[in-house]
Design a protein around this ligand. Sequence first.
Ligand SMILES: [Zn+2]
Ligand SMILES: [Zn+2]
Length: 155
Amino acid sequence: MAKKDVCVFCGKELSVFSSSLIGCGKTNQITCRDCVKKLTEISEVERCRLALDSGRAIDTDRIQAFLEEQERQERARPCCLRCRARMRVGDQIEVDISPIANPITDILNGHYLPLVPAYCDQCGKVEFFLPEHIKRRQTEGKTWEDGKNACSNGL
Ligand SMILES: [Zn+2]
Ligand SMILES: [Zn+2]
């Protein structure tokens, strides 16, 4: 007799009618209908942690890899200098600096300065970075801060 599927999140035995699937870090986890309702209200990262903690998760390597990638992205976000929250990074913009050009256009080789804005949801601070600095941190996964200047979430 085939082994019955169980809900990854609560361990309940499932029938064809009570089983469902939920996306979890590029995997699909088998879940009961009750858990699905709760799981759609939390973030995918939280779902992945619950799945791994349960010890019943399917494809744990992929979930782990997803969580590591998420953490790497998180670390690449700048930390707000005022309130230490993680800032959101926007898309690159080109700022026309011709009105204030001299003498810095000599240094910048043009009248358009490429900038990447970062926003703090918590205090409203906005600041700008040169694109290469943001990109380098995103690809290398480096943190912005040394220990004493760490973000409030400790990352
Ligand atoms: Zn369940
Ligand atoms: Zn802030």
